[in-house]
Design a protein around this ligand. Structure first.
Ligand code: 2BA
Length: 110
């Protein structure tokens, strides 16, 4: 049995329904609170260990629950010379999900 680990970075507000549907379908999931490096805002990272044959099914569930991308304006702070910070508005696309799919060498439960 070949196992894969999906690391899914999603928006906080999409996480509850996504976790619910994964759990209903008997996929194991671990939720981590994370912070995006660019926006420095909270997001959710899910670890989902699955058999290889279920990859498509899980990707479909993520697609269904993670809202389509929309433009959001964020106030970003940049550091300026002399220890000052300057806020400036920035438009970025948020929503959807970022997935990494990794091979699992071993999966042991003790
Ligand atoms: P953040 O790093 O806070 O990025 C939030 C969104 O800001 C990104 O959405 C993208 O639309 C925009 N963005 C990121 N870096 C940018 C840059 N250098 N210039 C202009 N715009 C930029 P997503 O690409 O959907 O990423 C959502 C979150 O997924 C990221 O939050 C980060 O936490 C994670 N992520 C994305 N790519 C990653 C990667 N290659 N490795 C690890 N984590 C990643």
């Amino acid at each position: 049995m070949v196992m894969k680990l999906i690391v899914a970075i999603v928006q906080d507000q999409d996480a509850p329904s996504l976790i619910e549907e994964l759990t209903e379908n008997r996929f194991g999931v671990t939720k981590l609170s994370s912070t995006g490096g660019f926006l420095k805002a909270g997001n959710t990272t899910l670890l989902i260990g699955i058999e290889e044959e279920n990859i498509e099914k899980v990707i479909n569930i993520v697609e269904r629950n993670c809202k389509t991308r929309e433009i959001s304006t964020s106030l970003l702070t940049v550091s300026m010379p002399g220890d000052t910070y300057m806020p400036y508005p920035l438009e970025v696309k948020v929503g959807g999900a970022t997935l990494f799919i990794l091979d699992v060498e071993q999966h042991i439960k003790i």
